[in-house]
Design a protein around this ligand. Structure first.
Ligand SMILES: O=C(O)C1=C[C@@H](OP(=O)(O)O)[C@@H](O)[C@H](O)C1
Ligand SMILES: C=C(OP(=O)(O)O)C(=O)O
Length: 414
């Protein structure tokens, strides 16, 4: 399916968009609910990744295909490994079989887990035979993906002696570890992170609790970009609050530099985004190691606004849905950008315009599609394989239309 985008009848004033629940919060809560039962979840994400995790948690035997869902792949590996009686072949899409999991498997094996590689050493698919894990300390490299650490943390309170996790090296995506800590505490588990040491106490049962998932800040980023790129668009997004568990809730701070003002409406749990006059910088420098999922959005905003940028802390991008640094370089270059990348950073020079009628490839990465879509404010463009958005944000195209962008979805298979 292609999305054919034309700039619409701007300004469409103050459109209200309700964004679905955070995929990261939902995935954690689903694992915790399976372990502790009496947790009720409100506003669960309707993303493909959350749905496939929810379905997979209903089975302890046979083959589970997790498709593109990286977080679910990592969380389920730890979950099944710790469930006595589980006999699972855990596989995913072709790309999932290229996304490393050796660090997590090694840590789980050190705790006593029985996990075998079915194809390539260090990568899915895996054969997992669930066992009681009794070791209560483990050291894990923290500089590749925080998902390995969150996966261990989520099963930790159910281990007979809890778990101490020692983090080795510079921690990446730490905001996601903090989110896991916060949710563990919300259900009554004692959990702390001090000086690279995570300590989680064992718990048999938790009190009944209902937790409402906040809307997804990573999904909100595409509307921040849209407001930044437009002249005077106003958008209201809900349900968001100031005391978010999500690292990407740093967006209001980041987008100030692009002239996007955020007003929190605490009574309605919503945010109003609008453009304010600011002196735009020639170059923006940002370390995104805590908010890796915003990198594509920010790079495209900078390009569209003709602002140069140095984005650093991007070392995790190579092992996500696609190699996001290469994908950004290829697609932005098509539009006329001058861009260089290395293992953990991206440099974009100031652009003076956008080459006309571009067609953007998405590399089976939802964030490539959504990050480039706001450029429709500046130029007509086509997004290839537009259906990829359902990985995290199935309603994206519908919501984008609400802002006044003219979006025509063409299904070529029909
Ligand atoms: O724990 C999570 O929910 C996530 C952690 C991050 O991954 P890394 O820790 O691999 O950077 C992030 O990119 C991903 O979208 C979601
Ligand atoms: C990296 C992402 O997801 P995952 O690792 O869960 O596939 C993402 O949603 O940007």
């Amino acid at each position: 399916m292609k999305a054919i985008l034309h700039s619409g009848d701007f300004p469409v004033q103050n459109r209200k968009i309700i964004i679905g629940g955070s995929k990261s919060e939902s995935n954690r809560l689903l694992i915790l609910k399976s372990l502790f039962l009496n947790i009720r979840i409100k506003s669960l994400s309707e993303s493909d990744d959350t749905r496939v995790l929810e379905k997979s948690l209903k089975t302890l035997k046979g083959t589970v295909n997790i498709h593109h869902a990286g977080t679910a792949m990592r969380f389920l590996t730890a979950y099944y490994a710790s469930m006595e009686g589980a006999e699972i072949t855990l596989k995913g899409s072709q790309r999932m079989h290229e996304r490393p999991i050796g660090i997590l498997v090694e840590a789980l094996r050190n705790l006593g887990a029985d996990i075998e590689y079915l194809e390539n050493e260090g990568f899915p698919p895996l054969k997992i035979t669930g066992k009681k894990l009794t070791v209560d300390e483990v050291t894990i490299p923290a500089d590749v993906s925080s998902q390995y650490i969150s996966a261990l943390m989520l099963i930790a309170p159910k281990l007979p002696n809890g778990l101490k996790i020692y983090l080795d090296g510079d921690t990446v995506s730490e905001a996601y570890i903090q989110m896991t800590l916060s949710l563990l505490r919300r259900i009554g588990v004692k959990a702390s992170l001090n000086n690279n040491q995570i300590t989680i106490s064992p718990v048999e049962k938790v009190e009944e609790v209902e937790i409402a998932v906040e809307s997804d800040w990573s999904s909100a980023s595409y509307f921040y970009s849209l407001v930044a790129l437009s002249e005077n668009l106003k958008i209201t997004l809900s349900h968001f609050s100031k005391d978010s568990l999500q690292g990407d809730s740093f967006l209001p701070e980041i987008y100030k530099v692009f002239g996007v003002q955020t007003d929190f409406n605490t009574a309605e749990n919503s945010i109003n985004l609008y453009k304010q006059e600011v002196i735009l910088p020639n170059r923006v420098t940002l370390d995104l190691s805590n908010t890796p999922d915003l990198a594509q959005t920010i790079a495209v905003t900078c390009f569209g606004m003709g602002i140069a940028c140095n984005l650093t802390g991007l070392q995790t991008l190579k092992i996500k849905e696609t190699d996001r640094l290469s994908a950004l370089k290829k697609e932005l270059s098509k539009l006329g950008a001058v861009i260089t990348i290395d293992d953990n950073s991206l440099q974009l020079e100031r652009s003076s315009g956008i080459l006309p009628n571009p067609s953007i490839e998405t590399y089976e990465d939802h964030r490539m599609a959504m990050a480039f879509a706001p450029l429709a404010v500046k130029t007509d463009l086509i997004i290839e394989d537009a259906q990829v958005v359902s990985k995290s944000y199935p309603e994206f195209w519908k919501d984008l239309k609400m802002t006044g962008i003219n979006c025509d979805l063409k299904d070529l298979s029909k």
